[in-house]
Design a protein around this ligand. Structure first.
Ligand code: ZN
Length: 61
C-alpha cells in the first residue's frame, strides 16, 4: 500500500527534486494531495516555482 499522505519534509524533498527532473505519476499525485491540505507546502512550492522561472529567465541571456 502506497502511503499517499506524505510529511512536509517528504514534500520539500519532492518539490526540490521536481526542479531537476520530472516526477513519476505516484509522486505527482502525492504532491497534489499534500498541497491540497497543506498551506505551508503550497507556499513553499510557489516560491520554488517562482525561483525556477527566475533562473530560467536568467539562463536565456
Ligand atoms: Zn506540507
Amino acid at each position: 500500500m502506497i502511503n499517499l499522505l506524505r510529511t512536509c519534509k517528504d514534500m520539500h524533498r519532492l518539490v526540490a527534486e521536481s526542479m531537476d527532473r520530472k516526477l513519476g505519476p505516484v509522486q505527482r499525485i502525492q504532491m497534489r494531495l499534500h498541497l491540497s491540505f497543506c498551506d505551508a507546502c503550497t507556499h513553499f512550492k510557489e516560491q520554488m516555482d517562482w525561483l525556477r522561472a527566475a533562473v530560467r529567465r536568467f539562463d536565456d541571456h
